[in-house]
Design a protein around this ligand. Structure first.
Ligand SMILES: *Cc1c(COP(=O)(O)O)cnc(C)c1O
Length: 396
């Protein structure tokens, strides 16, 4: 093994500098711990940004992938394959929705959702000036369509002109959404729990109100569950706990637990009147390798009661975080749902705390400008929560 700084130098020489990376080279993972090339261990409360729901090397997840590699890694969407059938059925069953389209990432799932919504509206009136209402402080991805509905001017500015027809309302402010509705509105898109923006769960009344607006006007509701879905908030999909069904849902991050895969999922109404052959496609999306991962993830979620575990462990997690808020003046609030939690920090740079935690062997993330974001693997136990608290306190 070379010294870490050599890998870092090599990386910076060859990889486009779009990230200011922390100075560690991660080499392997085990359970909820990562190890760098110097052999230092880190307790991982970031999970590769809410990806590794099951932790590293979870039971027969690795075996399933190895088996699929030996059989068939890729074939095109011109043909059927076995894992695609399995994975799609399981996602349909878990969501109670109707049809799945697999993508390679979250941002592509958003692109597909936007296209499906526009096509649905176009089918009704053949107009080409449909609008989408999105939320301020949202995050939906970095490709141009997804960026256009991402309510963060800082990410958008240099890349204009973006996709047209997008209006921004305030999250959890129903009147601001209503004020954006016109006879051309085809969709309202929001994260059920805002992630990057600072961990803001939707108020139940807000989400129900948005749904009502959608129903009154035949507008499609797109819920972005890329970060908050797959058990993270204590139900398989966060909207299930609200009793508000989307017309289109987007997934990615934990969907493949590390294998790059996303999906947009349509309800029956939308599936029946939107995308048809020729409208949308992808070379990799839904390939056997990615779908073998998705399929196994759903099996393991069910077999090991992952969602129930999240619900059981959440009160302990929240209690420990609330105790920190109580204890430290500069922590003003805890916000979140299930194992997607944020601590709001005042008068201190969050980046410094995150950096210090890393030195202390703890990986945490930031969100927004002032939030410590905790999105651990969903399999964490009380002991690991205690260890996290102790290491985080040492980092204050
Ligand atoms: C991460 C994220 C995305 C983008 O996913 P990528 O796989 O990075 O393209 C979109 N929406 C939400 C809510 C996310 O957290």
């Amino acid at each position: 093994m070379k010294p870490m700084h050599e890998y870092m130098d090599e990386t910076e020489q060859a990889v486009l500098h779009t990230y200011n990376r922390f100075p560690v080279v991660l080499e392997k993972g085990d359970g909820v711990y990562l190890t760098d090339t110097d052999g230092k261990e880190y307790l991982d409360f970031g999970a590769g940004i809410a990806v590794f729901a099951l932790g590293y090397h979870y039971q027969d997840y690795d075996e399933a992938l190895k088996e699929q590699i030996d059989k068939l890694i890729h074939t095109s969407n011109l043909y059927y394959n076995v894992p695609l059938a399995d994975a799609a059925q399981k996602l349909v069953k878990a969501s109670g929705m109707s049809k799945v389209f697999f993508t390679n990432s979250g941002t592509e799932a958003i692109e597909g959702a936007i296209k499906a919504a526009r096509k649905y509206a176009w089918n009704k009136d053949h107009r080409t000036d449909h609008e989408i209402i999105a939320m301020n402080h949202s995050f939906h991805g970095r490709s141009v369509g997804a960026l256009s509905v991402t309510g963060n001017p800082h990410y958008q500015e240099a890349f204009k002109p973006l996709m047209g027809g997008v209006k921004f309302a305030d999250f959890n402010d129903l009147e601001s959404v209503r004020a954006c509705v016109t006879d051309r509105t085809c969709a309202i898109i929001l994260e059920t729990v805002q992630g990057e923006g600072g961990i803001y769960p939707a108020d139940p009344d807000f989400l129900k109100g948005v749904k009502a607006i959608c129903e009154e006007n035949d507008i499609l509701l797109i819920l972005d569950e890329i970060q908050c879905g797959m058990g993270r908030t204590g139900s398989m999909f966060a909207w299930q706990d609200y009793g508000v069904e989307p017309d289109i849902m987007t997934c990615a991050k934990a969907l493949g637990c590390g294998v790059p895969v996303g999906a947009f999922v349509l309800n029956e109404k939308t599936a029946a009147a939107s995308l048809v052959p020729g409208d949308h496609g992808t070379t990799y999306g839904g390939n056997p390798f990615a779908c073998a991962a998705v399929s196994k993830v759903f099996d393991l979620f069910e077999k090991n009661r992952i969602v129930e575990h999240v619900r059981e462990i959440t009160p302990y997690f929240e209690e420990k975080l609330d105790a920190l808020v109580e204890k430290y003046e500069f922590l003003t609030k805890r916000r979140g749902k299930g194992l997607m939690q944020g601590l709001v920090v005042k008068d201190r740079p969050v980046g410094e705390i995150v950096k210090k935690a890393l030195e202390n062997g703890l990986i945490v993330l930031s969100a927004g400008s002032d939030v410590i974001r905790l999105v651990p693997p969903l399999v964490i136990g009380e002991e690991e929560i205690d260890e996290m608290i102790q290491k985080l306190e040492a980092s204050f």
